[in-house]
Structure formats: C-alpha cells, structure tokens
Design a protein around this ligand. Sequence first.
Ligand SMILES: O=c1ccn([C@H]2C[C@H](O)[C@@H](COP(=O)(O)OP(=O)(O)OP(=O)(O)O)O2)c(=O)[nH]1
Length: 163
Amino acid sequence: MIGQSPAPGALEIPIRRIDPDVPLPSYAHPGDAGADLVTAEDVELAPGQRATVCTGIAIALPQGYAAFVQPRSGLAARHGVTLVNAPGTVDAGYRGEIKVTLLNTDTTTAVRLARGDRIAQLVIQRVEQAVFREADTLPDSERGAAGFGSTGGHTQGAAPTGR
Ligand SMILES: O=c1ccn([C@H]2C[C@H](O)[C@@H](COP(=O)(O)OP(=O)(O)OP(=O)(O)O)O2)c(=O)[nH]1
C-alpha cells in the first residue's frame, strides 16, 4: 500500500512542489526508512550512460538533519540502475530541487524510465557536525590502522598488506 498516514510524532518537513503534478515522496510501508522519489521527466539511459534527472520537489530540512538519496534495490537488481554518487547528500540548508544522478550499469541493455516512475528513495537522518581538533597522536584502538581487507578478503582475494 502506498501513501500511509504519518506515524505519530513523525518529523514534519516543509516541501515545495516545483512540478505541481509530481506526487510527494511516500513510504511504501509503515516503518520503511526510505520515501520513494519519482522522476519528473522521461529518460532513456543507454548501457553505461548516466543522467541527472529532476524529482520536481524541494524540501527544507531542520538543522541537524540531512537527507540521503539512495538507490532502489529493485531497479538495481532488475535493470542495473544505480546512483553515481550514492548516497547523494541533501544538506539542511539546500532549498533547490532534489535531483538524482542515475547510472545504467548494464553493459548491453538500455533502460527507459517514464515521468512518475520511482527512481530512488530519500532517507532522512540526524547528523552531527564535528569540530576537527588536530592531534599529534590518536587514542589506541583494537583495530589500529588495519583496514582495506585486513580481516581477510573473499575466497579469491588475498588481503593487501597494510602500511
Ligand atoms: O544526489 C544529490 C546530491 C545532492 N543534491 C543537492 C543537495 C545538496 O545539498 C546539494 C549539494 O550536494 P553536494 O554537497 O553533494 O555537492 P557538491 O558537488 O559538493 O556541491 P556544492 O559545492 O554545491 O556543495 O546538491 C541533490 O539534489 N541530489
């Protein structure tokens, strides 16, 4: 079911329809993290092609929040469509139209998306703004500087040596 009534205590976000005919972002199920975004334009992506498309909406997030534009798993698994910059970050101060940079990763098949198709999902989260305080040494930790596969790779990949 699409277009649930809001959960009690849900965060209210002012939204402006730049394109008056596009639906507002909506959660497909109660408890979903992502509200679906649609494309406001028809687009065809050749194999390997990307395109930045309009969603027809602009929002005003409260300070201390950000919205993350995430790919949809169905589009990814069925058609190889993802987002170049996943997740796209919408800053609290941004008042412009939310846009989505789609990428067709399929090497042989073009993908056609029609105005109104759901192309991505918007996840709204609280975020911290840090103060970066320079230090000569960092506190010890169990991991230390080990990373980039230091705990073992997949079956065919050897872990790279750390520096
Ligand atoms: O997928 C995205 C990513 C970003 N934006 C908008 C909202 C965001 O607040 C703004 C700037 O995004 P970002 O900081 O990622 O872009 P930048 O390349 O660093 O540009 P800028 O110099 O404007 O910060 O663009 C979108 O509409 N969709």
